[in-house]
Design a protein around this ligand. Structure first.
Ligand SMILES: *Cc1c(COP(=O)(O)O)cnc(C)c1O
Length: 364
């Protein structure tokens, strides 16, 4: 049986409306619509306009479609990194980005920081004049940590001619990102946008677009200059995931603005962290000790491996709740809760109810 609610941080819960949109996509002929046709172009125009409106993406930023966040790692290394990038990370996704970049540009450097640390932008070891791209993961899904706006701002203020690139895969659509404080932002739709996987968004500042044109890398089908040129006509370099773009256009049109969504998620996260910190149900507590390092959109919870396994199993069997597994080093001793917009409040209420019941049974 399918769980009633899933807290998986990706692929995550999709909006229930997606069921109807899928039928509409079929009925309206989108599954065989030509991606060079006017109808597709009009849909893309509408979709990107609504993305700007609902996510507060500045008018002069360029929005591109990719297949995934992973593809963005490669595009950025190929098209915006003639020399080297510098990578700051504390988990698996940031590490993978560094690994892919280094495979293409061996001069890339990186720094790992502790999951409970708040890094200091002023002391990061890179030379702005010799670095093309400074790369950070705004929300590290694997460790349930987040870099705050102030850090991103401080970093942006010191990068000089380098570009600041931000992996916002598990916060794009869930956090009120300050787009003007970085040059490159990207994410996938199966996290905070509540859609099926297979589509990524890449958002570029005017400075990043100018840099891409200057470098003018054209050796790849997904070279940034070709993508930017195609998007001037609301088109893509290859046959894109038209279905997912259509679903995105429908979801984003009906969703509330990020100014409404983000505070709601913040409040939900705070309640959860308070609960796990103060009550410590069954001995479970927040994975990240430092409140200033904790993610809003992915909440990590830790406990002994046997307890984690039991809680995951019983949540599924007794309450129809699918908890997200831990990741990497924390796989056995933690679970993760996607605090994404498409996960309803009722799911969090059911989770706390389940834990309270289990707690009462133990103390009885
Ligand atoms: C999920 C995720 C990715 C990878 O996304 P794909 O759509 O699988 O390419 C990259 N970075 C972060 C932070 C993620 O959460």
């Amino acid at each position: 049986m399918n769980p009633q609610f899933t807290f998986n941080p990706g692929p995550a819960a999709v909006y229930p409306e997606v069921r109807q949109y899928l039928l509409d996509a079929y009925d309206e002929g989108w599954l065989s619509a030509p991606h060079r046709g006017e109808r597709f172009q009009a849909m893309v125009r509408q979709c990107t306009e609504n993305l700007r409106l609902k996510l507060n993406i500045p008018q002069d930023y360029t929005i591109l479609f990719t297949s995934s966040a992973t593809e963005c790692w490669e595009i950025l290394a190929q098209s915006l990194t003639p020399r080297r990038s510098f990578h700051l990370f504390n988990g698996s996704f940031g590490q993978k980005w560094f690994d892919y970049a280094r495979a293409l540009r061996p001069g890339c450097t990186g720094l790992r920081f502790d999951v409970n640390d708040v890094p200091d932008a002023a002391t990061l070891p890179f030379d702005p004049a010799e670095t093309d791209l400074v790369c950070i993961t705004q929300n590290e899904t694997s460790t349930a940590t987040q870099l705050r706006d102030q850090f991103v701002l401080n970093l942006f203020n010191r990068i000089g001619p380098a570009l600041l690139a931000v992996d916002a895969t598990s916060s794009l659509g869930g956090a009120a990102l300050k787009f003007i404080k970085a040059d490159v932002w990207y994410g996938s739709v199966q996290k905070c946008l509540g859609l099926p996987a297979g589509l990524g968004l890449l958002v570029l500042s005017p400075r990043a677009v100018a840099r891409a044109r200057e470098i003018n890398e054209k050796a790849h089908y997904n070279s940034l200059t070709s993508m930017i040129t195609n998007m001037l006509n609301h088109q893509t370099t290859h046959t894109p995931n038209v279905l997912d773009i259509y679903l995105l256009s429908r979801v984003i049109a009906q969703r509330e603005g990020i100014k409404t969504i983000a505070p709601h998620l913040q409040e939900r996260a705070q309640k959860l962290y308070d609960y796990f910190e103060q009550v410590q149900p069954l001995g479970l507590r927040p994975l990240i000790d430092n409140p200033d390092a904790r993610s809003v959109t992915v909440v990590g919870v830790q406990g002994p491996a046997a307890l984690i396994e039991e809680v995951k199993r019983r949540a599924r069997d007794e309450a129809g709740l699918q908890l997200g597994s831990g990741y990497g080093d924390h796989k056995a001793t933690s679970f993760r809760l996607a605090n994404f917009p498409a996960v309803p409040d009722a799911a969090f209420e059911a989770l706390v109810q389940f834990l309270e019941k289990a707690r009462a049974a133990v103390s009885a």
